[in-house]
Design a binder for this molecule. Structure first.
Ligand SMILES: [Zn+2]
Length: 338
């Protein structure tokens, strides 16, 4: 090979080398890894099973899986008419997370389902075991990192994100520990941090803790952001790089009213590329004889037609339901200054 040939081939060789060394981007579902492009239309915050009466030591035998499948399956099947490909299930451990049930429903419906690792501290820590309340952030993160590396409860099913929950007020000491544990676990795993949060004060406090740990706001989803009444706080978080989740559409009457207005504001401010939408709906409740199921479809039946009337384009809708979730749930370490 003469010098000229090497010179001509060099750019191609360098490109091949960079492709080979670049880590493959992925999203983790209960049935394995997919590429972010495979996510397609996504509901980014829903529930299949929630048990608010559950005791930490008796899950999940207190209900029969067949009953849960019979209840939830028809609701999931309805999503096919709207082209939904991916469903992010946000029930944490000790609140009814059952990854075997999620895998079974994924296999029966063909929907890609994501589950989580993490701890839900909202409702004054009633879903946190006593011994966890005494742990350091490092000890807590060890548990989550182990689920990421080894799978959940011996199933081999891996979490696709970290879910934490904090109360609707300034962070308590323990909720600050949860946020720090999430930052440490993010640095080890690249999993996105979804934080059930109330108004802005706790959202910005969590972003500050992430910053102290060197984690970018890009790794953080401010979940239930519509609990904050000042839309400009949402714009501020989005400008910082955080994901802003409007996720109670369809059953929270106030949000049905305000959601189109908030989205309009986010569009006008040029931050629609940081917004996620979903219903926070469902679910099978093992403690209840009746199942008052909230459907997973009002976003498609009401919100999108409404947005289109207001001048939202197909590209805007694609951003909200396809592009943004694909970026938000990509497993990737997002560190400050990198
Ligand atoms: Zn939820």
């Amino acid at each position: 090979m003469n010098k000229l040939t090497i010179f001509l081939l060099l750019p191609a060789l360098l490109l091949m080398l960079s492709c080979a060394t670049r880590p493959k981007e992925m999203v983790i579902t209960v049935t394995g890894e997919i590429s972010p492009e495979q996510m397609g239309t996504t509901l980014e915050h829903e529930h299949i099973l929630v048990d608010f009466t559950r005791q930490p030591d008796n899950q999940p035998e207190i209900y029969r899986m067949e009953e849960a499948v019979a209840c939830v399956l028809p609701h999931l099947e309805k999503l096919k008419a709207y082209g939904v490909k991916t469903f992010v299930e946000c029930t944490p451990i000790y609140v009814g997370r059952d990854v075997r049930l999620l895998k079974r429903l994924s296999e029966e419906t063909g929907l890609q389902i994501l589950t989580n690792t993490g701890f839900y501290g909202a409702q004054n820590n009633r879903f946190i075991p006593e011994h966890v309340l005494k742990m350091t952030p490092e000890m807590i993160s060890t548990f989550w990192i182990a689920e990421f590396e080894q799978g959940i409860e011996g199933t081999g099913i891996r979490p696709g994100f970290i879910k934490i929950g904090v109360d609707r007020k300034p962070l308590s000491d323990f909720h600050a520990i949860l946020a720090r544990a999430a930052a440490i676990a993010h640095k080890a795993t690249g999993l996105t941090i979804m934080a059930h949060t109330g108004p802005a004060v706790a959202a910005f406090q969590q972003l500050e803790i992430l910053k102290e740990e060197g984690v970018s706001p890009e790794a953080f989803i401010w979940t239930h952001a519509s609990n904050e009444k000042d839309g400009l706080q949402l714009v501020k978080a989005a400008r910082m790089g955080a994901w802003v989740s409007l996720d109670k559409y369809g059953w929270d009457g106030a949000l049905v009213e305000s959601c189109p207005q908030i989205l309009k504001l986010m569009k006008e401010e040029g931050v629609l590329n940081k917004v996620l939408i979903s219903h926070d709906a469902g679910w099978f409740d093992p403690g209840q004889p009746e199942q008052p199921f909230k459907p997973y479809t009002p976003v498609f039946e009401e919100l999108i037609p409404n947005l289109k009337k207001q001048g939202f384009t197909d590209d805007d809708i694609d951003l909200l339901l396809v592009k943004n979730p694909a970026k938000a749930f990509t497993v990737k370490k997002r560190l400050i200054n990198q």
